[in-house]
Design a binder for this molecule. Sequence first.
Ligand code: ATP
Length: 469
Amino acid sequence: MTTETAQTIVLVDDEENILKASRLILLGNGFGNVVTLQDSRQLMPLLEQGGVAAVVLDLFMPHLSGTELLPLIVERFPHIPAIVMTAVDETETAVTCMKSGAFDYLVKPVESGRLIASVTKALEMGAMSRELNSLKECLLDDRLDHPEAFASIVTDSKKMRAVFQYLEVVSRSRQPILVTGETGVGKELFARAVHELSGVRGEFVAVNVAGLDDVMFSDTLFGHKKGAFTGADQARDGLIARAAGGTLFLDEIGDLNEASQIKLLRLLQEKEYYPVGSDMARKSEARIVCATNRDLKKQIEKEAFRNDLYYRLCAHQVQIPPLRERLEDLPLLIDYFLGEAAASLGRKKPTPPPELLTLLSVYSFPGNVRELQALIHDAVARHGSGVLSLDSFRNIIGGDAVQLIPQTAVTSSDDPLSAIFGRFPTVREVEDYLMAEAMKRARGNQGIAATMLGITRQTLNKRLQAKKG
Ligand SMILES: Nc1ncnc2c1ncn2[C@@H]1O[C@H](COP(=O)(O)OP(=O)(O)OP(=O)(O)O)[C@@H](O)[C@H]1O
């Protein structure tokens, strides 16, 4: 019997030849730890020791049959998938086994491809159910085991904390992770956190794949052989070789060209690639993290993104919420970027004006955290001393009223005016409505409401007074 690790597969069969043949097939296909048991009575004690990831079980064996063992495995070790492998090709037996909780049912002689596919799926499923269990534990006690991995992400949001918890769990697997979210939400910071969490020793290598044609993509990622094309006078490794034992971060994956999508799919499925000009496949063990601000499902509908690639990528997917959906982050982020901007300019951190938070809370931040960062850096650069001026923020936010967060639910009716006013309104009614809405969103601050409306504070004040009178 060989030693066991977390990915040990146990084969149980009374026929030695079958055990030997199946073990060779699995070892030859990259399954590192395959334990064989000819005496089925040894199985349960072995499972008790832990570390077994899947069991392949014969049904008819002396002493303790597979039919007797299967329910015991399912009851005592529900996280270990059991594949039944037997000479009996009877639908009834297959149904009984599946009902008893078998993961799969294979009829001997089993074709090697079928055995490999079944064991691969069983391991994937086992890993997923372990992840799910850790996730449940994590969510129940709201803990983070490695908060240091997220140190660069400033946040106070529960939604973001849930993303952290999910990433802590899935980062342990070697499956790719897809990070989605609008531009500027911090997707690259999350990719770096995954790299930290996976505890790998290699480098974090980031590549923006938008705008790379297939030749550039292949050369950048896979490298080339000497003489592969004019000018290739030296063989050169690609970034995937640099990311060996580390993480390869593919940014803007939704913009990847079609030919390169096939190559990426191959890399994910077979874990191998060809340097340009070479017909010798190379193995890669780099962890892949992808990010996009596009809706990949829409890209699939438009036939701009491959379905099979999407399903490979989305096994572990996290969606980073836009800043306008986590306004509770604003105070921390404002403070953080004021400090960052002041430090970069070698100045003292300015005091923010009290209205800044209210003003920023009504803005929808299409560029998310990156936009906030740029706004604050700009304001600090223009700033003299004392309290920071609101002007540079007003110019951006007041200048584009469409960017304000829509808070009034306009019905999907074709006539939004009727949805709000019940009929076509007069100019006065619209003005009154806009003023009331601006005051509401500005939480009563006339200066901010005036900026939102594009009028002076005095004009707004006059109109409000006139309304009262
Ligand atoms: N929560 C955060 N805390 C601190 N800095 C942040 C946070 N979120 C984003 N940033 C900063 O905002 C900028 C944009 O972040 P990042 O490049 O990770 O965004 P992205 O989602 O990858 O954008 P894109 O889709 O355009 O590539 C970076 O300077 C990043 O450091």
